[in-house]
Design a protein around this ligand. Structure first.
Ligand code: SF4
Length: 247
């Protein structure tokens, strides 16, 4: 079994907490896609070598992460999947499994009717949305581009396009966030009815604007006890929801 991760390093704007590499020069995506497809070709023997070493070379997961892969134009998305499925690995008889999980990371406000139309014509069967919180005030503080309303609309559009596997990212431990506010976020996430929820504690990564705010005492980290209680709340609420939905 093999997995393919492709990094798409473009974002329309930078969120204040983000320590991942990405550039806001979104227009470079055309050149990037061309060199990415070229690199896929250059690595075409990589999986064949795995097979020769007795390992299964079949690709069972493909993940387009970022950055913001949903910023890729339909043309560029088509080029990447054409390279993966038709030009590179299959040439050496190393196919992508027909049951492969194929994920694209998306910003909720990129999920438009045109975008879901593109996704529906590609092998993508899973969408991972960077939701982070349902509080518009906090989204603004984080300098995210979307609003909480965009999340509901995006989920509806994806369901209409028959995407049955949606994952969302959530964050907790914002400055001054209370347990009650975190419960409200979790409840909103549960009500979306998505298949998977990833939750991360807010990190103050060096060299980010958020880290600078902390250094200048403009924001305060929540205390460890509250952060731990938020983690416990997360486990309790999701576990109880999972057992209710499987009854
Ligand atoms: S959209 Fe994602 S990758 Fe881009 S700056 Fe925000 S958190 Fe970082």
């Amino acid at each position: 079994m093999a997995g393919l991760y492709i990094h798409i390093p473009f974002c329309v704007s930078r969120c204040i907490y983000c320590g991942f590499y990405s550039t806001t020069s979104v227009s470079l995506q055309h050149q990037y896609t061309d060199v990415l497809c070229r690199e896929l070709e250059l690595r075409r023997n990589y999986l064949k070598e795995a097979e020769d070493a007795g390992k299964s070379p079949e690709i069972s997961t493909i993940y387009l992460g970022g950055g913001t892969p949903s910023q890729l134009s339909p043309d560029n998305l088509n080029k990447i999947f054409d390279a993966i499925y038709n030009k590179v690995f299959t040439v050496n008889g190393v196919p992508v499994s027909p049951t492969a999980e194929v994920t694209i990371e998306c910003n909720p406000d990129d999920i438009t009717p045109q975008f879901v139309n593109t996704v529906a014509q590609l092998p993508i069967n899973r969408v991972s949305m960077g939701v982070q919180t349902f509080s518009d005030q906090r989204l603004k503080f984080l300098q995210r581009r979307h609003t909480s309303q965009d999340v509901g609309k995006a989920t509806d559009l994806l369901r209409k396009a028959d995407i049955r596997n949606i994952s969302i990212d959530l964050m907790f431990g914002f400055p001054q966030q209370s347990i009650e506010e975190w419960k409200t976020d979790l409840q909103s996430a549960i009500e979306l009815g998505v298949e998977h929820i990833s939750a991360y504690s807010l990190m103050y990564e060096e060299n980010t604007p958020l880290y600078n705010l902390l250094q200048r005492n403009k924001v305060q980290e929540i205390d460890e006890e509250t952060a731990l209680s938020m983690y416990d709340t997360l486990i309790d609420m999701l576990t109880s929801n999972a057992s209710n939905t499987t009854k």
